[in-house]
Design a binder for this molecule. Sequence first.
Ligand SMILES: Nc1ncnc2c1ncn2[C@@H]1O[C@H](COP(=O)(O)OP(=O)(O)OP(=O)(O)O)[C@@H](O)[C@H]1O
Ligand SMILES: [Mg+2]
Length: 245
Amino acid sequence: MAPDMVMPMTARPAAPETASDSALIRLEAAGRTYRSAGVPVDALKPTTLSIEAGEFVAVTGPSGSGKSTLLHILGCLDRPSFGRYMLDGHDVSTLDDRALARIRNRTIGFVFQRFNLLRDERAIRNVELPLLYGGLPRRERRRRAAEALERVGLAQRLAHYPGQLSGGEQQRVALARALVKHPKLLLADEPTGNLDSVAGHRVLDLVDAESASGTTVILITHDPEVASHARRRLEIKDGVVTDSA
Ligand SMILES: Nc1ncnc2c1ncn2[C@@H]1O[C@H](COP(=O)(O)OP(=O)(O)OP(=O)(O)O)[C@@H](O)[C@H]1O
Ligand SMILES: [Mg+2]
């Protein structure tokens, strides 16, 4: 093999030939081009990668490199402009908005940097929301929402409105909302980015626990210490994803 063919030990392209078909997530030459005022932006270049059920993956990269774009596709909040996205064995790249929403509700919990809670609803109602579409009786929904809030240490805050909670508490409500349906896949876009280090660690401990219980976790972060919690690292630069050990 020519010397320039040798792969560096720390970085290999995110295109393992041996990717198993049983992967929870499989992108096949998938990418996203935004068109804004006629100007195309190649936010995510053609990407092939697999993530197995149970993996804990951190996504890092500079601002504007395509991290949120990737996570929104993986979370079925957006579709790839080209290529294929197989989630849990189903091709979700061409589904319409309703079908995507159904898959999101069934399979995915999403946590955003800015919490995205409904300000006019109490914590318990915010967490109950994903359960509204499952046909559960109201009392059972309440029970599960309360249980999820207890899990994140907020048993004493069920009736609080988001504005009455600290940033760290709001993010834990958001986490409870993401986890209340026990999703296979937990996606988090800078979940500790707006928190101080104590509140951030508390959220991170909960994410760790969720990963330890078998949930697949993909987390975007700028913080190397946060990234070190994951067992696999994806780095993005200018829309190009690299898998680093
Ligand atoms: N809806 C959109 N329309 C047009 N361009 C967009 C859109 N969303 C993102 N972009 C562009 O795509 C590129 C990638 O954006 P993205 O939000 O994925 O970056 P990021 O890595 O998440 O950045 P940050 O760390 O700042 O959150 C950026 O150049 C951005 O300007
Ligand atoms: Mg982003």
